[in-house]
Design a protein around this ligand. Structure first.
Ligand SMILES: NC(=O)c1ccc[n+]([C@@H]2O[C@H](COP(=O)([O-])OP(=O)(O)OC[C@H]3O[C@@H](n4cnc5c(N)ncnc54)[C@H](O)[C@@H]3O)[C@@H](O)[C@H]2O)c1
Length: 252
């Protein structure tokens, strides 16, 4: 998108210290937004803030572990304190651990559901009163793992399927308001999450490769553009949508 579509708007982005979240934060800042950038790696967030200093918007960095509902509430409260309102919540933070189902501990299951599903719920719960005041919107970053099964990824798949259910449920609950809630389902992107993925012994790589895109990996900046469009006024008719952004991976 070209132009200054988010000038004066406040956008809360989670997972902003790397990968897609960083690209989303930079893209909103490039459109003049006040970006409340949440992540766990403060050095990476500070480097993001330095890069934003050269472009249109402003960025305020916030270090938080979003595993707890109380952290999610504090993050939203911090954003409101900093920028006096909220126009867009983009739930990007997530984690994909590849494991044999037999090896998934209760703690790992809870952690995968915590960041991929519970955090978007509790952030949305805290953000919605503010988004209702600003005619704002939420964009959830799910995955093609929310649309189809992926081997050795039961918790991740369950959480991303759940995130699509959350998106649709909120879209209906708030159908009589101006709030919009949408989700994108990216295919493979060239990010630290993918590049540092650990594969346990004994997995069937043939099965794993079924999840690879036929047109290769996407760049995060291109996926960020789709998110910007969805969050913009130009997408005011898009509500409750689940949009694959996967270069055709889930077409069949
Ligand atoms: N990379 C891909 O191929 C791909 C494909 C589909 C969907 N996605 C989704 O895109 C999103 C971004 O992933 P990415 O590929 O950029 O990976 P990434 O590892 O670069 O980014 C994930 C971010 O989430 C943050 N995060 C993880 N756990 C957290 C916690 N407990 N509290 C706070 N922050 C936490 C990390 O710090 C990191 O900044 C994720 O939701 C992921 O599931 C990625």
């Amino acid at each position: 998108m070209t132009g200054n579509h988010f000038s004066g708007k406040t956008v809360l982005v989670t997972g902003a210290s790397s990968g897609l979240g960083e690209a989303v934060a930079l893209a909103f800042a490039g459109q003049g937004a006040n970006v409340f950038a949440v992540g766990r790696n403060i050095a990476a967030l500070e480097s993001l803030a330095l890069r934003v200093a050269d472009i249109e918007g402003t960025v305020f960095v916030c270090s938080a572990d979003l595993q707890k509902a109380s952290s999610c509430r504090s993050v939203v409260a911090g954003c409101i304190e900093q920028f006096s309102g909220l126009d867009v919540l983009v739930n990007v933070a997530g984690k994909h651990a590849v494991s044999h189902t037999a090896d998934v501990s209760e703690a790992q299951w809870q952690e995968d559901l915590g960041i991929n599903l519970s955090a978007p719920f509790f952030l949305s719960q805290a953000a919605i009163p503010h988004l209702l005041k600003s005619n704002g919107n939420i964009v959830n970053v799910a995955s093609i793992a929310g649309l189809q099964g992926q081997p050795y990824s039961a918790a991740y798949c369950a959480a991303k399927h759940g995130l699509l259910g959350l998106t649709r449920s909120l879209a209906l609950e708030f159908i009589n308001t101006c709030l919009r809630v949408n989700a994108v389902c990216p295919g493979g992107m060239d990010t630290p999450q993918v590049n540092n993925m650990q594969f346990p012994e004994g997995i069937d790589f043939g099965l794993m490769m079924r999840t690879a895109g036929l047109r290769g990996m996407m760049q995060v900046a291109d996926v960020a553009e789709v998110i910007l469009f969805l969050a913009s006024e130009q997408a005011h008719v898009i509500h409750g949508a689940v949009i694959p952004v996967d270069m055709g991976k889930t077409t069949g």
